[in-house]
Design a protein around this ligand. Sequence first.
Ligand code: HEM
Length: 416
Amino acid sequence: MAEFEKANSIGEWFDQRLNTSGFWRVMMTEYWIPKNINFLWAMGALLAMLFTLLLVTGIFLLMYYKPDVNMAFDSVNYTIMQEVAYGWIFRNIHGVGASVVFLVIYIHMFTGIYYGSYKKGREMIWLSGMLLFVLFSAEGFSGYMLPWGQMSYWAAYVITEIFGGIPFIGDELVIWIRGNFYVADATLTRFFMLHVLLIPLAILGAIVFHFYTLRFPHVNNEEGEFFDYKEESEKYLAGNQKESKVIAFWPDFLSKDFMVISIFMIFFFYLVFYHNAFAMDPVNFDKADGLKTPAHIYPEWYFLWSYEVLRGFFFDIAGISGKSLGLIAFGFAQIIFVLLPWLDKSPMVKPANQRPVFKYWFWILMADLFVLTIFGKLPPTGINAWVGFYASISFIVLFLALPYLTKLEAKMVGGK
Ligand code: HEM
C-alpha cells in the first residue's frame, strides 16, 4: 500500500490517494453510491456487522456449550451465565443480537419494498435477500433450541410437526428431521450442527452473493432515479462533487454507514446491559420436559406473524379442515414475499408515498403484519381467534390483489 505524506486538508488527503494506482484508488474510483439515500440504506452494512458480532460471540459460547440433552440447559444457564468469567456478556450479546438482527432485517426488507428496490433489474438482489431471510430464520430457529429449555423443546416440537402436513411423505419426514419419533437428543445434536456450521457457512456464501448482485444495478435511491454512473462519477473525479449525483463508496458512503452503526450500537449495548430479558422467554428458564406442555406455545416475536397465519384458520371451510387450511396459508406466507418483483406489475420505481395505489397497499400490509404479530402471542381463544382469522385472510387478499392494484396504478399514472 502506498505511503502518504501528512495531508493538510480533506481535499489534499483525497488527491494524494487518487494519484496512486493502489487499493485506495480502486476503492475511491470503482465503487459509486447515489447521493440521495438516507440512513435506511445503512441497514445492509448494519446487518453485516450484526452477523459478524453473532459469529464472534457464538464462537465464544461454543467453548462451553454442550450439545447433549442432559447437559445443554446447565451448560448455558449455569456454566456460561454464572461460572465462566464474562460468559453472561457473550450470551446476552448473542441473545439480544439474534432478536435485534430480525428487526433490522425487517427494516431493510420493508425499505426495499417501500422504495421499489426489488424492481427493474434488481430482482436478483431481492431473491438473494430472501434467501438470506430464509437462512436467518433457520439459524434463529435452530439456535433457539440449543438452551434446551421448555420453549426450545416445544417450539421445536410444533415447528417440526408442521412438516407432517405435507401429503404422503409428511409423517416419515417428521421422523427423519427429528432423527427419532419425538424431539430428542438426536434432534438437538443435528440442530446444533446446523446452527454452528452449515447454516452460518450458507449465510456467508449468500451474503457474498447478495453483495455481488448489487454490483451492477447499484443500490436504488430515495427518488428511484436512474442515471449514468459513469458520467456522474467522472464529474465527481473532475472535482464537481456538488453537481455529481454520486459519492465514492469509500470513504464517503462507508463513513455514513459507520455513523449509523455507531448510533445503533449505543442502543444495542443499552439493551444488552439493561434490558436483555426481552430477548429471552421466561418459560425457557425451565428445563425441557417432554411430559409437561406449557400453557401457551409461541415462537420468538419475529415469527409471530406467520405463526398467526398458521393458527388463523381454526375451523373447517368447504369440507377442508382448519388444520390443512392453516398449513396452506402458512406455505403461502412463506413464499409470497419472494414473488414480489413479479406480483408488482407497475414498472414505476418510486417511493411508496409517490405511488397513488401502492401507498395504501404498503401501509395496510404494515398494519396487518403488526396485528398478526400482536395476536400471534395471545392465546387463540374467543375474539382473539377471530381477529387472527380476519388478519390472516387480509394478508392473503392483499397479496392476491397486488397484481391488479399495480396494473390499475400503472394505468392511472400513464394516463396523467
Ligand atoms: C441478512 C443479511 C443481509 C445483509 C448483510 C444485507 C446487506 C445489504 C447491503 C450491504 C446492501 C446495500 C446497502 C443497503 O441498501 O442497505 C443491501 C441492499 C439490498 N438488500 Fe440486503 N442484506 C441482507 C438481507 C436482505 C434481505 C432479507 C432482503 C429482502 C429480501 C434484502 C434485500 C435487499 C435489497 C432489495 C437491496 C437493494 C436496496 C436498494 O437498491 O436500495 N437484503 N443489502
